[in-house]
Ligand binder design. Structure first.
Ligand code: SF4
Ligand code: SF4
Length: 233
């Protein structure tokens, strides 16, 4: 069995719905400064995605009700845990086959100032041809819209790439920009050569969550996910 097929088998068995392979070298200039060194050792990204539970996402407008908020948090965390587990299974396989491999956790911030992870899972999925980065700065796939969680396994295994970056298809839509309670999005379309800050003020979102917590509420929002017309059933 080819290496790709072995990886796909693990992913399929663990219920992964989206899988792709990206060559990271074209992204070198805009991958965050501290992650660029990773590319010398790990030029390939395997991207894996699992769709969130739609009915739970659909309850987000009622998130002030405890049940809706807890259920969303749970869906988010369980999906991240499932992705972490499958990425480790794939990493062990690649290691056994003699390659270098670096699994990037599904949700682990490493830069408090920029509020960002060591590597953008969305960018890897975009480069693998799975979707585009929307005005909400989320990965929008034609099948699930922004209703999925993503994880990345970096490696030097010689895998074929699965696609090229998908064209941005937000068009005239501005729903995520308009629904955000703290105006965290500027409405600018994604451009690979521009920093995220031009499109999204992550601090505003973070502060909103902190305010919810201070007010004794469960810190859940996700309206930018809920409102997107892509991936809605
Ligand atoms: S989660 Fe809510 S507050 Fe944060 S960016 Fe999305 S809509 Fe805005
Ligand atoms: S809500 Fe509209 S503008 Fe925002 S990401 Fe989805 S399609 Fe793009």
């Amino acid at each position: 069995m080819e290496l790709y097929d072995k990886i796909k088998e693990i992913a399929d068995n663990d219920g992964v719905e989206f899988m792709g392979v990206a060559d990271l070298s074209p992204a070198r200039s805009f991958i965050q400064e501290y992650a660029q060194d990773l590319l010398d050792e790990y030029p390939i990204a395997i991207t894996l995605g699992i769709r969130l539970i739609d009915d739970v996402v659909d309850q987000l407008p009622h998130r002030e009700e405890r049940f809706a908020a807890v259920n969303y948090l749970n869906t988010y965390e369980v999906t991240n845990q499932r992705l972490d587990t499958v990425s480790y299974k794939i990493s062990n396989l690649l290691q056994k086959e003699g390659y270098h491999v670096l699994p990037i956790p599904a949700s682990e911030r490493c830069d408090d100032e920029r509020i960002a992870a060591v590597f953008s899972h969305k960018l890897a999925a975009h480069l693998a041809g799975i979707g585009w980065i929307g005005k909400s700065c989320l990965l929008i796939s034609p099948e699930a819209g922004p209703r999925a969680r993503w994880i990345t396994v970096l490696t030097n295994a010689p895998l074929e790439t699965t696609g090229t970056p998908m064209e941005e298809s937000c068009g005239e839509c501005n729903r995520c920009v308009e629904v955000c309670p703290v105006n965290a999005f500027t409405g600018k379309e994604f451009r690979a050569d521009e920093p995220r800050e031009i499109r999204y003020d992550a601090r505003k979102c973070e502060q909103y969550f902190e305010e919810l917590e201070k007010a004794g509420e469960i810190p859940v929002c996700g309206l930018c996910i809920h409102v997107c017309p892509h991936g809605k059933k």
